[in-house]
Design a protein around this ligand. Sequence first.
Ligand SMILES: Cc1ncc(COP(=O)(O)O)c(C=O)c1O
Length: 427
Amino acid sequence: MSGIDDALYIRKLAMEHQKFFRESIPLIASENIMSPLAMEMLTTDLGFRYAEGLPHHRYYQGNFYVDQIEDKVIELSNRVFGVRQSDPRPVSGTNANTSVIYGLLNPGDKIAAPDLSGGGHISAAKFGAVGLRGLNIINYPYDAETMSIIPDEASKLVIREKPKVCLFGQSVFLFPAPLKEMADAFQEAGCTVWYDGAHVLGLIAGKQFQDPIREGANVITGSTHKTLPGPQHGIILGNTTDEKWKDIQRGVFPGTLSNHHLNAMAALGITLAETLDFGEQYARQVVKNARAMAEELNSQGVHVLGESRGFTQSHTFVADVRAFGGGKLVAENLEKSGIVANKNLLPWDNNRNSQNPSGIRIGTQEITRIGFGESESREVARNMAYVMKNGPSDKVKSAMADLKHKFSEIKYCFGRMKPYEYVEIYR
Ligand SMILES: Cc1ncc(COP(=O)(O)O)c(C=O)c1O
């Protein structure tokens, strides 16, 4: 019995998946595509090796090139983000978060975090990493229309409750977190300020969102594949004492991982080097596209949250689509029409309607990566509004495929994308 047909079946599905994405408009706010040079790193021998520990203090032989790569990635990250400390070993944003939780907090400690219904991430929830460590969670009060923490009320909460750590950062991250406004409260409570920049890391690198370290954060965690257009991986950045940094690094290894996916780390290094040259220009266009798309969708009669503050200052915006059948139906109809977005909880939703929440979430980081500007972003918004009002449309699907074909090359990077190469099969 041979497995060749099963192998070819999987391969065919992967190719069809690629074709689907080649012809669709990708608007999931947590995704992006990598540069060809970064992608090349993923297929190198680095992906087959182990390098437990820190550079020059490993447990296995064969790591002399890995040590030099990791040193360079750390140096690049320190430069891009203007920080003293970087650890590029976490294999995802969630792993970066669990490392910080493991390193800085003990069971029973108190942590303040954004509420899930206000855009917070599951790793900061009871049934996520924070719950796994047995922490007591308190949530900041927030404004429902802008999905933003209310600084005065949150400061009072922090002073009253004195959490050991104050966590900021959301999965729906429309406006900067109020770090400067809450600085006195952090001081009075004596807490560590942790900023989860998973979504906005590329905007921070490109100086287009907020500068958490200069605004008072002690540690930043992030995914490296959302607005930072790198590999699926994670990172931790610090401007903290050597002692606290050691605790965090112990949280990474041996705390929550053994090997750190060396090929992805090398790809991250290439992404950071490209960010030095193109990051600012890229991030500026990402935000412009998000604002243009949000404004256009709103003007088509779809309620986009946060109008009073210009809808968004990041790559993301959210729309309330209850008038068009809810988030589930709208996301499915958009998918049938060649536009990929996700349904999303909005502040007034509770867990009971998590399968059909009120909203959809949109991100412009990937379409910007292939060269979309504001006029293309507006064109997509008009087509989205059409689908919301009229249901799935073959006409929209074909218009979106035509638009996408005009933007098939990855921008803001060194090198050009080669066509996909196929492996010759023996059977
Ligand atoms: C705020 C926030 N933190 C952490 C994560 C987890 O990142 P990853 O998917 O890389 O584990 C996400 C994922 O979307 C997120 O939105």
